[in-house]
Design a binder for this molecule. Structure first.
Ligand SMILES: NC(=O)c1ccc[n+]([C@@H]2O[C@H](COP(=O)([O-])OP(=O)(O)OC[C@H]3O[C@@H](n4cnc5c(N)ncnc54)[C@H](OP(=O)(O)O)[C@@H]3O)[C@@H](O)[C@H]2O)c1
Length: 332
């Protein structure tokens, strides 16, 4: 095989035009790592926040190959790897934070950060799943438990994490209310399985709690937005209820948590990659998620597809926020 590959790198942090196409050495897998020939990646906010320089601690060393999600075919395995062999179709979250990511012809990563890809969707589409599905999975099954008839409020129900959250909560048997800012996004969330939808831009928290929750609040509030949404979540949840969030890096008044004896669960799904430990957590969860996809419980909605060469356009659309579900990036 060739010793060099095409990669899209950033040499400095900045606007979407900082991406540059370059040629670099094909990386070799270290012990416990695999090398994957990349079919596709997808866009997550963490990718554009790293590109912007907004979360410098997460950035791989410059010049950096970004993007956390990947789907592809195993090309080589390092020492000690017994779970995969060349030719396996896999999806995973091997890097893109602190170590190089997937916006290249090949990516290497710890074998524990991968699982065999779902078999019932195209391999490329599986790249839409890792970050958002792992996040929704950890929010609803690790940080809390959701059972039949539980009332779950999903903020950002049309977004990347939220659109999996709606499907997963529905599959777990919950009564799901989803918020979104436009008619189109609310119709999308309803199609995914939300029993009710709310325009949070025109409806205050007391009104939608009164309309859609029976015990003075929702059993679980699923918040993949943070800031004002997190503060509102403390008012929307019922006594003894649970708020699960992806974004707690803001200052909030916790008085409502005390008054209602609430539980708060915070997810940082990329942590095994940042720490370089406990990677098997990712692969084990992705194996469960692949089964859910193959059972028809969840599926990724892909709104737009861009070739790697148009990564700047993908980032502009992602930062604009005017899309449903996910934006896919294809190695073509
Ligand atoms: N901690 C973790 O492990 C983790 C993992 C995944 C994602 N995240 C974070 O969770 C957040 C959501 O991720 P995502 O993949 O769902 O993103 P996304 O696909 O861009 O969706 C975000 C949704 O949030 C809503 N929103 C409200 N205020 C917003 C604002 N100021 N800017 C953008 N969107 C806003 C939007 O819905 P409306 O238009 O309906 O308001 C949008 O559909 C991001 O901040 C991301 O970094 C964290």
């Amino acid at each position: 095989m060739a010793s060099e590959m095409t990669a899209y790198v950033i040499e400095e942090h900045g606007d979407p035009d900082v991406f540059a196409r370059t040629t670099t050495d094909v990386p070799d897998p270290a012990p416990n790592e695999i090398r994957v020939e990349v079919v596709a990646s997808s866009l997550n906010p963490v990718d554009y926040k790293i590109r912007q320089g907004a979360i410098p601690d997460f950035s791989p060393e410059l010049p950096a190959i970004l993007h956390c999600d990947v789907a592809g075919v195993v090309d080589a395995v390092g020492e000690n790897v017994t779970t995969f062999e060349p030719g396996d179709a896999v999806y995973g979250m091997p890097g893109g934070a602190r170590r190089h990511g997937s916006l290249a012809e090949y990516v290497v990563g710890h074998a524990g950060t991968f699982a065999h890809a779902p078999e019932t969707i195209p391999l490329a589409d599986a790249a839409a799943l890792p970050v958002v599905a792992l996040t929704a999975w950890e929010m609803l099954t690790d940080k809390t438990t959701v059972g039949i008839g539980d009332e779950v409020l999903v903020y950002g129900g049309a977004g990347g994490v939220g659109h999996i959250g709606v499907q997963l909560a529905d599959w777990l048997g919950a009564d799901v209310t989803a918020t979104a800012s436009s008619d189109d996004k609310r119709a999308f969330a309803a199609d995914l399985g939300a029993d009710a939808t709310v325009d949070y831009t025109t409806t205050d928290v007391e009104t939608y709690v009164e309309a859609h929750a029976s015990n003075g609040g929702f059993d679980v509030v699923f918040d993949p937005v943070g800031d004002d949404h997190l503060q509102t979540a403390f008012e929307a949840v019922c006594p003894y209820g649970t708020v699960v969030t992806t974004e707690s890096s803001s200052t909030q008044d916790l008085a409502a948590m005390h008054q209602r004896s609430l539980t708060l669960g915070v997810v940082l799904v990329i942590l095994p990659v940042l720490l370089g430990e406990r990677q098997a957590r990712i692969g084990d969860e992705l194996a469960d998620i692949a089964r859910l996809v193959d059972d028809g419980a969840i599926e990724p909605h892909i709104e737009e597809r861009f070739p790697f060469a148009a990564v700047a356009d993908a980032h502009r659309l992602g930062e604009d926020g005017s899309f449903n579900g996910k934006i896919l990036l294809l190695n073509e």
